[in-house]
Design a protein around this ligand. Structure first.
Ligand SMILES: *Cc1c(COP(=O)(O)O)cnc(C)c1O
Length: 338
């Protein structure tokens, strides 16, 4: 590493680091993995990932903790989820131990890019698995590539916590009940680009998707799960076969449960939003973004405080951030030391 990074100016955008790690699967086996410096790959023109979307990814983070050690948050959960994604689109799975080794090795190799403890930043880790061998008929590839690259990202809230507005664009769905919405496969994101652009042109940074079958129940936001607090202080989040099982959501549910809150994972009707006291969008990139306004057609629902977090989501947010950097004890064993 020979670049000087201004940790305070980092955003969530691509930056080259020193290297990535790359594994190849051929004849039924993964190789040992290789550290590569060149951020380009040579890929066959008929690779199944390019034509038929045989590709899945993950996103997780490493933090410099208050004891100076670098630790990765919930890597085992990302390993398990990538296994589910791989199985659903007939790609070979990656053993959990190989996944952990890959994310640890590439983080170590790029240790100079992990933002310091007090910067509020982190190292974003992006595992990617795809069919790299040629096929022209629709069938799974005979060769696969597994890559893990990393990049430093800044503290999303360095300018203060700003709640966002969301919109339901009713003529689009993100995923179908028996489709691939529950796994992190590339095609889901291609499908979300157009409705996302429409929402942004309307002035809404995020989309809220409803269940594709009836448009009556809440699924999730474009790249984050829907969470809410009821007036009785219950933590609610949708159960649906077409949403991605967010690891951040799982973390928040554990912490809410630890503090004695009631948790409900159940179908949530769109019309219930007006009764919630706090709504949030959760995912690895930001942990929780408070949502204070949801538009659908000619309806606008205001929810929660106009500024910052409501008390319960604000408290959960702080707890997650504190555990990630070692300021609160890691009671559940969520951190892996690099
Ligand atoms: C990745 C993702 C999330 C968030 O999951 P985390 O594990 O919390 O980062 C939520 N929804 C979708 C559609 C996603 O792709």
């Amino acid at each position: 590493m020979d670049k000087k990074i201004d940790w305070q100016s980092l955003e969530f955008s691509y930056l080259d680091t020193d290297c990535h790690i790359r594994y190849t699967w051929k004849n039924g086996n993964w190789d040992q993995g290789e550290i590569r410096n060149d951020p380009y790959i040579n890929i066959h023109i008929a690779a199944t990932a390019l034509h038929y979307g045989q590709s899945a990814f993950e996103g997780l983070k490493a933090f410099t903790c208050n004891d100076g050690k670098v630790k990765i948050f919930r890597a085992d959960e990302n390993a398990k989820r990538m296994e589910k994604s791989a199985s659903r689109i007939l790609m070979p799975t990656i053993p959990e131990s190989m996944f952990i080794e890959a994310v640890t090795r590439v983080t170590k190799e790029n240790i100079g890019y992990v933002p310091p403890y007090d910067s509020g930043g982190s190292l974003y880790i992006r595992p990617l698995l795809f069919g790299s061998g040629p096929r022209i008929g629709v069938q799974p590839s005979g060769e696969y590539t597994f890559i893990v690259f990393v990049l430093p990202v800044g503290d999303y809230y360095k300018g203060g916590i700003e709640p966002v507005s969301a919109v339901v664009v009713d003529r689009y769905d993100r995923s179908a009940p028996n489709g691939v919405g529950h796994v992190k496969v590339a095609g889901n994101y291609a499908a979300s680009l157009e409705p996302r652009q429409i929402a942004q042109k309307m002035g809404y940074p995020i989309n809220l998707y409803l269940d594709a079958k009836e448009h009556r129940f809440i699924d999730e936001f474009g790249t984050s799960n829907f969470i809410a607090i009821t007036k009785f202080g219950t933590f609610v989040t949708p159960s649906s076969s077409s949403i991605l099982q967010s690891i951040t959501n799982k973390t928040l549910m554990s912490l809410a449960k630890d503090s004695g809150m009631k948790i409900e994972e159940r179908p949530i009707q769109f019309d219930e939003i007006q009764d919630f006291t706090e709504v949030g969008a959760c995912g690895t990139a930001v942990v929780i973004t408070p949502v204070n306004r949801i538009e659908r057609g000619d309806r606008i629902i205001e929810v929660g405080p106009q500024n910052g977090f409501g008390p319960i989501l604000g408290d959960l947010y702080k707890k997650v951030r504190s555990i990630q950097v070692g300021e609160l004890p890691d009671k559940h064993g969520w951190l892996t030391e690099v």
